[in-house]
Design a protein around this ligand. Structure first.
Ligand SMILES: [Zn+2]
Ligand SMILES: [Zn+2]
Length: 351
């Protein structure tokens, strides 16, 4: 494709390659948007979709109620403990004062004070009873808190069991959804790849080749790059298998093309000089000469050596003499560079 030596044509071709790349980038953007929107085809799944909804809700409400009860019991327990310590210190104070009083009394041994002993003992008993009651209240709240905690734990365990069953089902369903989404994507990108293959085989040299190549770039990118982030684990297999298949097809094509080229070259080198000259396009011949290779067989030749008029490898004439002024000139030149006379040999026109 880059056989031309004309400067503007070269730049036009580069511009057209740019068109191909820009076309490909817009197609890639569009394809990426479509592929990115594909998961929205499926509604997202939640674990609740796989639970006995009423049973789960009931359990959740029970757990919540038990937790609340535990909290209430805890608050009540703190209150009861406070009451108990108040009464305890009261009892302690009363007992201390009574003991002191008793010890003074035993020293004085006054019989008239006996009823007071009785009264104070009774008062102390009442206080001790009150202390026992606060102790009972504390124990009752401790029991209530413990019951509530255990009830909550039991319900929670039941709920967790139920949810873990739900998660197993959810994951199984998610894998199915992933596979489905992957297949949608594959169904979208694989035909693109097939079309790209067909375009490569049939249309890559057509007038509209920049669009053809743009589409080929897009299809390759969409399949091998854009599909990747959406591929579930097994998607890797598809990518590599298709990649191997495509490489094998392209490689086989390239090997055959090389063989065809060598075959053609061999046939061409067997033809007479004039025939071979006609086969070569003017621009191709000039491009090869500029690279110091023989235009006929593409092997290196020392063009600066004025003694070499023919290719030592294939025998094609490289230099001849002008029919008018006999100046030594390139056999591929259309006009004599010394006198401007047209070359006797009519070269094949460029493509
Ligand atoms: Zn040659
Ligand atoms: Zn001349």
């Amino acid at each position: 494709m880059s056989k031309s030596l004309r400067l503007s044509e070269k730049w036009f071709r580069r511009g057209l390659w740019l068109v191909a790349l820009v076309f490909a980038s817009f197609l890639i953007g569009l394809g990426g948007t479509i592929v990115g929107d594909l998961p929205k085809v499926e509604t997202p799944l939640r674990v609740d979709d796989f639970l006995d909804k009423t049973a789960a809700d009931k359990l959740r409400a029970e757990v919540k109620a038990a937790r609340q009860a535990e909290q209430d019991a805890q608050t009540a327990l703190e209150q009861a403990q406070l009451q108990r310590s108040k009464v305890r210190s009261e009892v302690q104070a009363e007992r201390d004062s009574f003991n002191n009083w008793l010890s003074t009394r035993s020293a004085t041994q006054r019989a008239d004070q006996d009823p007071e002993v009785l009264a104070r003992t009774q008062a102390l008993d009442v206080l001790k009873l009150a202390e026992r009651k606060t102790q009972q209240a504390v124990e009752a709240q401790q029991q209530a808190a413990l019951d509530a905690r255990q009830a909550a734990a039991a319900r929670q365990e039941q709920l967790s069991r139920m949810e873990s069953d739900g998660y197993v089902k959810l994951n199984a369903e998610r894998r199915k959804v992933e596979l489905r989404v992957f297949l949608y994507r594959l169904a979208l990108t694989l035909p693109l790849l097939a079309i790209a293959g067909w375009l490569f085989a049939k249309q890559r040299k057509s007038t509209y080749w920049p669009f053809v190549w743009g589409f080929i770039f897009f299809a390759l990118f969409a399949f091998f790059v854009e599909l990747v982030p959406y591929l579930p684990s097994y998607g890797g297999y598809v990518r590599y298998v298709v990649g191997i298949a495509v490489t094998a097809v392209v490689g086989r094509y390239a090997i055959q093309a090389l063989n065809r080229y060598l075959e053609r070259q061999k046939l061409a080198e067997a033809l007479p000089d004039q025939e071979r000259r006609k086969e070569l396009s003017y621009d191709v011949a000039l491009a090869r000469l500029a690279k110091n290779v023989c235009p006929g067989c593409e092997r290196p030749v020392d063009l600066k050596n004025e003694k070499i008029d023919f290719c030592p490898h294939c025998g094609i004439g490289l230099f001849d003499h002008c029919g008018h002024c006999s100046t030594r000139k390139s056999a591929f030149a259309r006009f004599c560079h010394a006198c401007g006379t047209g070359a006797g040999v009519k070269l094949a026109r460029e493509d």
